[in-house]
Design a protein around this ligand. Structure first.
Ligand SMILES: NC(=O)c1ccc[n+]([C@@H]2O[C@H](COP(=O)([O-])OP(=O)(O)OC[C@H]3O[C@@H](n4cnc5c(N)ncnc54)[C@H](OP(=O)(O)O)[C@@H]3O)[C@@H](O)[C@H]2O)c1
Length: 298
């Protein structure tokens, strides 16, 4: 066994993606990892989700995080690899709020950043600037001081919102290191324009979307997801929340509560579904790590 195979954490079943941008040992656990050049005028957008065998992304309730579905250190490591190659990580505001809520009332939330030291180093070698967290929100009643990610000491933070949302945020006297990007008309966010502005105003060439389903659905409907990294976790959870699962104050107390798949909101008809090319597949234990590239609609 050569040195590279010994370091490999993932068994490569097939891989048709581009070669890694540089030769570096940090890629060894995964193997080949490259992207095409970004399209003109906007970043290359790639998403990362973990789902159960039956396609569920969160159990909801007290165990609502993606980590409860993933249950895999390899998946956590892959998330770091994807982050190391990104100029920005974008999430819907609810993913930040949920992570904070799961940590209890005293928590000031989380910061989405690369944890693995070798992958932090890789990021530097790739010439990436400071890590950046970007949140999509209507900013109806958002208090930025409640979230440590907006303190500015660890990562740069940006908010993508409607013109009216931007006005509300600016009225909060926000820190100068938080960039607010407005796109659209009044309360309406124009997501495509906003994503283009991330390239134009912040120089984001590769944008990693870490969810959740509502944001992913919005991006997918706007044809803005170029690639999907999809981990399939070897668990089956069912879609309807069982009656014995405790409901949170933020969840409806009665009635059927459905756990979401990756794609939130209105979907497509048979005539305009999105088609994808299966780019690569890896295995680590009983987890499956897939990569898909968007072919087009219809
Ligand atoms: N399994 C996984 O890999 C994975 C990954 C990520 C998240 N999750 C789970 O998914 C859950 C959260 O997902 P979610 O779907 O509820 O929330 P989400 O997509 O993270 O956030 C939804 C919020 O984002 C903003 N938003 C999204 N699209 C928008 C648009 N087009 N225009 C304006 N605002 C927009 C809105 O914020 P405002 O309400 O502030 O206006 C909206 O309420 C959590 O339980 C999380 O743990 C799982």
């Amino acid at each position: 066994m050569d040195e590279t195979s010994r370091n490999r954490r993932f068994e490569v079943l097939f891989d048709n993606a581009e070669p890694s941008p540089i030769e570096d040992d940090a890629y060894a656990p995964y193997g080949n990892f490259g992207f095409p050049p970004p399209p003109a005028g906007r970043p290359w957008v790639y998403s990362n989700f973990v789902q159960s065998l039956d396609g569920i992304t969160t159990l909801l309730g007290k165990h609502g995080s993606g980590g409860d579905i993933s249950q895999s250190r390899d998946d956590r490591w892959l998330m770091d690899l994807l982050r190391a190659n990104a100029d920005g990580i974008v999430t819907g505001m609810n993913t930040l709020l949920e992570e904070q809520r799961l940590r209890g009332p005293q928590s000031r939330g989380i910061i989405f950043q690369v944890a693995d030291p070798a992958l932090r180093e890789l990021r530097t070698k790739l010439g990436k600037s400071r890590e950046r967290n970007i949140f999509v929100t209507r900013a109806a009643d958002l208090d930025l001081s409640r979230h440590k990610v907006f303190d500015g000491d660890v990562v740069d933070a940006a908010i993508l919102t409607s013109p009216a949302g931007a006005e509300r945020l600016r009225a909060q006297n926000i820190h100068s290191h938080i960039v607010v990007i407005a796109a659209g008309n009044k309360e309406e966010l124009d997501l495509r324009l906003g994503i283009c502005k991330l390239r134009e105003e912040l120089g984001v060439q590769y944008l990693l979307c870490e969810g959740g389903p509502t944001l992913y659905g919005s991006l997918a409907r706007a044809d803005l997801v170029d690639e999907k990294f999809m981990t399939v976790s070897p668990i089956e959870v069912g879609q309807a929340v069982p009656p014995e699962q405790e409901r949170l104050a933020t969840e409806p107390s009665t009635g059927i509560l459905m756990r979401p798949t990756v794609f939130g909101g209105t979907g497509f008809t048979l005539e305009n579904i999105t088609h994808w090319t299966w780019m690569s597949c890896r295995k680590a234990g009983d987890h499956q790590f897939n990569r898909y590239r968007r072919k087009g609609r219809g």
